[in-house]
Design a protein around this ligand. Sequence first.
Ligand code: ATP
Ligand code: MG
Length: 218
Amino acid sequence: MLTLALSKGRIFEETLPLLAAAGIVVTEDPEKTRKLILATNQPDVRVVLVRATDVPTYVQHGGADLGVAGKDVLIEHAAESDAAGLYQPLDLQIARCRMSVATRADFDYEAAVKQGSRIRVATKYTAVARQHFADKGVHVDLIKLYGSMELAPLTGLADAIVDLVSTGSTLKANKLVEVERIMDISSRLVVNQAALKLKRERIRALIAAFAGAIPANA
Ligand code: ATP
Ligand code: MG
């Protein structure tokens, strides 16, 4: 049995064409069932649905043989635990976005940086944020949030946020501006190292099929 961990939503949707290239079709729709284990057209392949942030944990500890996780999630996971046994063979170029700093339009970020002010930054991505501001030599107070980061500058909780941006429409709807791009983000295939040894041929074939089907405009 080969178990693939995916999160519902964009990662699931964008992984489907890659699975199809490997001849794998998920036979149940995660939006229409409450099941957490989905069958495929191949009797020895199944998909488990987990939270995006739990994908590296499942794969690292063998709850799944492989999975798909964003670079954002993988960096934060590696900062929290040692990511031993987690192999990242392929950037799938799906779920692409960027990690950026955003502020209210009336907050002068450049001036605050230049003056060496202490900046209050709210984010779910504390490892990325800590590293980014340390590299710039900017002092920050990090405020850990688990969602709706956009609200933090609007309520006075923080001066800035570090968040994922794709079209920028969520920032715009909340009158925030992107003031700095930290890094480009995409999702990667992650593989359990023991599974790679034990199910070598099966996993190699899957990696090859995925590699051949990576979106070309990436
Ligand atoms: P939830 O939204 O359920 O709280 P989540 O934000 O962790 O969980 P998703 O929104 O499905 O889960 O995001 C999964 C991954 O997709 C993220 O880890 C990131 O790599 C990527 N992603 C997040 N937001 C965007 C976006 N706006 N555009 C493209 N990719 C994104
Ligand atoms: Mg989300």
